[in-house]
Write a protein that binds this ligand. Structure first.
Ligand code: ADP
Ligand code: MG
Length: 254
């Protein structure tokens, strides 16, 4: 077993506590009773075949889906349909999607300035300062005044990461952030994510980038057919998978 990183506080309340989570789409059970606890500061990678429920799980944590059963508690806040609770949870959680979803009519800087002004009450000048600091963090200060269409896919995704950081979330959720990118751009995005991982932020990341998972993840989780089939430290997960299904999955992607 690897020793726990200093940033993990075992005594504290978990960052994310999910129990018995059920999500239905019509009569299809996308999530069939998922239990997952993520400690504060922990970095967790989720992998699994297409359609296994990874995105649905991530979306539920950020209150983008209505739950059909079970509980989600984020930094001590229980997710309910109450609009105030949803807003409270979104203050804690930043999300980065596969498709960057930047506003095309706003520059990189303006994309990053929007949420702090709308949701955190920052002035335009304060938001601009904060946005520039986070664009610097993803090495894009020199591209701040460009529109998304003038940026590469890797740059757009780094803007999306900076935009999430501008809410100063304590939890970052990533849903396949590199899978829509041309191969030569994958590493610049993974590099930024690795830098972020050295801080105290809690990270839950859906990715099939196994090099990243080995370097960064405290724990890897394998999902199949709406359930967590196996989880473990990245070394035993990749080198000694217990279940036939994880062995089969790894054989396909490695
Ligand atoms: P993954 O991210 O692991 O590929 P998803 O969470 O996107 O899987 O999807 C899990 C299952 O739920 C799939 O069978 C998918 O078709 C279904 N699903 C996801 N979102 C919707 C939706 N909005 N409406 C209907 N079915 C959905
Ligand atoms: Mg998905």
């Amino acid at each position: 077993m690897n020793p726990l990183p200093h940033s993990l506080d075992l005594a504290a309340e978990p960052a994310i506590a999910i129990s018995g989570l059920v999500k239905l789409f019509g009569d299809h059970r996308a999530l069939g009773g998922v239990d997952l606890t993520v400690r504060r500061g922990e970095k967790v990678v989720i992998c699994g075949p297409s359609g296994s429920g990874k995105s649905t799980l991530i979306r539920c944590i950020n209150a983008l889906e209505r739950l059909d059963g079970g509980r989600i508690v984020v930094n001590g806040i229980e997710l309910t349909a109450d609009e105030g609770t949803v807003q409270d949870i979104r203050q804690e959680v930043g999300m980065v999607f596969q498709h960057f979803n930047l506003f095309p009519h706003l520059t990189a800087l303006e994309n990053c300035m929007l949420a702090p002004q709308l949701n955190r009450g920052l002035s335009r000048a304060q938001a601009a300062k904060l946005a520039m600091a986070h664009l610097e963090r993803v090495h894009l200060a020199d591209q701040a005044h460009k529109y998304p269409s003038r940026l590469s896919g890797g740059q757009q995704q780094r803007v999306a990461i900076a935009r999430a950081l501008c809410m100063e979330p304590r939890i970052l959720l990533f849903d396949e952030p590199t899978s829509a990118l041309d191969p030569e751009m994958v590493n610049e995005v993974l590099g930024v994510m690795e830098d972020l991982a050295t801080g105290g932020v809690t990270m839950l990341c859906v990715t099939h980038e196994m090099g990243f998972a080995r370097r960064v993840a405290d724990r890897c989780v394998f999902m199949d057919r709406g359930a967590i089939v196996e989880e473990g430290g990245s070394r035993e997960f990749f080198d000694a998978p217990a279940s036939e299904r994880l062995r089969g999955f790894l054989a396909q992607i490695l």
